[in-house]
Design a protein around this ligand. Structure first.
Ligand code: SAJ
Length: 433
């Protein structure tokens, strides 16, 4: 196959599919992006986008203006099909592969000999050789001979997707070695990082383990935060000093783990090998319990919910993104509402939410507490001296150790940072001496 002049059909125009489709389009491939959402298709055909990601708007505009990217509701004939649809979990933490299955079935009628199909969606190990191979068997094409199939997991970080799409190393797992080689040729035209070729199941497992590694490490940091609060220590200072060791890389505690990747993918392993995944399961449980821990802290500081208004800063699952999927901030808000608090959310990145969104002024007006849940850069610019004037109580709870404590203390705020109870110990020592 010659690399450029090929036609690509990318299924799923979300955080991964849209940047991938646009990058191929601006590198000389004729790309049709497919999405089931007509609003998304219309927007992209107008050169606009429905998600926030640095640089993406410019890239999509360049791709559509050149005529190399267009969007459609249904797959068209192409040389290569890339599946980049969500792989969420059900309420019982089982992998929901219905979007992948639907995408694979949708391309069946347009498949032709010589096609390459790539699964980019993070998937439980065995998906390529199991689910996908069984669907494509219906095409009558022989896999590895008339039809090439590979898994090339996306591994890019929301917030720096475009940079990482080009620079990161890629792992490509083939249904057969020939499938992997053909997929390698394709990605070599957009990727500067090294491309490592392996089998499909290994590639699936590599991706799931990367996110699981992070989840387990965040759980360790969260456990440290809760221990530090109990024994009267500062987890953040402990992490800073421990990480000076050449072989230690403690992660950051916080209100929990969100997003559609790290909070989801470890469950794939728990589902497949429940007895063997004890640590992974425990890590998920620890991280899922963090919103509750935050709410217990608020209850200690403001025991009467009926009189307390909480100004929540941030609904997105992490700083400087607009994505609220699985966001621990939403879970905190849900629990605070359930406990009877009056909650007002401010998030400069989020436009749509199940809860009402407020300006910073309206959220903080007459509030008893500022509760920071997401580390958006904009929050650093909030002036506590000014906002202190319109609040009922000057109380800050920072769950990410993000704001400048000194500035808030100078504005007469009582400051509590998740994982830091060192003041408690200092008080204790002062009282003893
Ligand atoms: N978080 C912490 N403490 C930390 C790091 C993260 O509490 O030390 C929280 C964040 O606030 C957020 C969640 O964890 O709620 C996940 O954030 P993240 O930035 O670690 O990761 P994602 O979900 O945005 O992207 C991850 C990345 N995976 C890895 O770094 C191994 C990315 O490379 C993947 O492509 C992406 O998942 C994906 O799509 O699978």
């Amino acid at each position: 196959m010659t690399k450029r002049n090929q036609e690509l059909c990318v299924l799923g125009l979300g955080y991964i599919g849209l940047p991938t489709a646009s990058l191929f389009a601006t590198n000389g491939f004729k790309v049709t992006g497919v999405d089931v959402n007509i609003r998304v298709v219309d927007l992209i055909n107008q050169g606009a986008i429905h998600i926030e990601e640095p640089g993406l708007s410019t890239l999509v505009q360049a791709a559509t203006n050149s005529g190399m990217l267009s969007a459609a509701l249904r797959p068209v004939e192409a040389d290569v099909f890339i599946i980049a649809v969500p792989t969420p979990i059900t309420a019982n933490q089982q992998a929901d592969m219905s979007f992948v299955a639907a995408a694979a079935n949708a391309i069946l009628p347009v498949l032709r000999p010589g096609n390459l199909v790539i699964l980019e969606s993070t998937s439980p190990p065995g998906t390529t050789t199991g689910l996908l191979a069984s669907i494509f068997a219906k095409s009558g094409l022989e896999l590895g001979k008339d039809l090439y199939l590979a898994h090339c997991p996306e591994r890019v970080l929301p917030g720096q997707i475009l940079y990482e799409l080009i620079e990161n190393h890629r792992v490509i797992g083939g249904f057969t070695p020939a499938c992997a080689e053909i997929a390698r040729d394709l990605y070599a035209s957009i990727v500067k990082g090294d491309i490592h070729v392996t089998d499909a199941t290994t590639a699936e497992m590599v991706k799931v383990m990367e996110n699981t590694y992070r989840d387990v490490n965040i759980a360790l940091a969260n456990e440290l935060a809760t221990i530090a609060e109990k024994v009267g220590a500062n987890a953040w200072e402990i992490i800073r000093l421990a990480n000076l060791h050449p072989r230690v890389n403690l992660h950051q505690p916080g209100p929990g783990v969100g997003g559609h990747c790290i909070s989801v993918d470890p469950w794939f392993l728990v589902e497949m090998a429940p007895k063997e995944s004890k640590l992974i399961h425990t890590a998920r449980t620890i991280n899922n319990a963090m919103p509750e821990f935050v709410v217990r802290k608020i209850e200690q500081l403001l025991p009467d919910p009926t009189r307390a208004k909480i100004a929540v800063l941030g609904a997105a699952y992490k700083g400087n993104v607009d994505d609220t999927r699985e966001s621990p901030a939403i879970e905190v808000v849900h629990l605070l509402n359930k406990a009877g608090y009056n909650v007002a959310i401010h998030d400069p990145h989020v436009n749509e939410l199940e809860y009402e969104l407020f300006s910073a002024e309206d959220a903080l007006d007459q509030a008893d507490c500022v509760l920071l849940l997401t580390s958006h850069d904009e929050f650093k610019a909030l002036d506590p001296k000014e906002f202190g004037k319109i609040m009922k109580k000057r109380l800050l709870v920072d769950t990410r150790n993000f704001l400048d404590k000194q500035v808030w203390k100078e504005a007469n705020f009582q400051v509590h940072t998740l994982g830091d109870n060192s003041a408690g110990v200092l008080e204790l020592i002062k009282n003893l001496t």
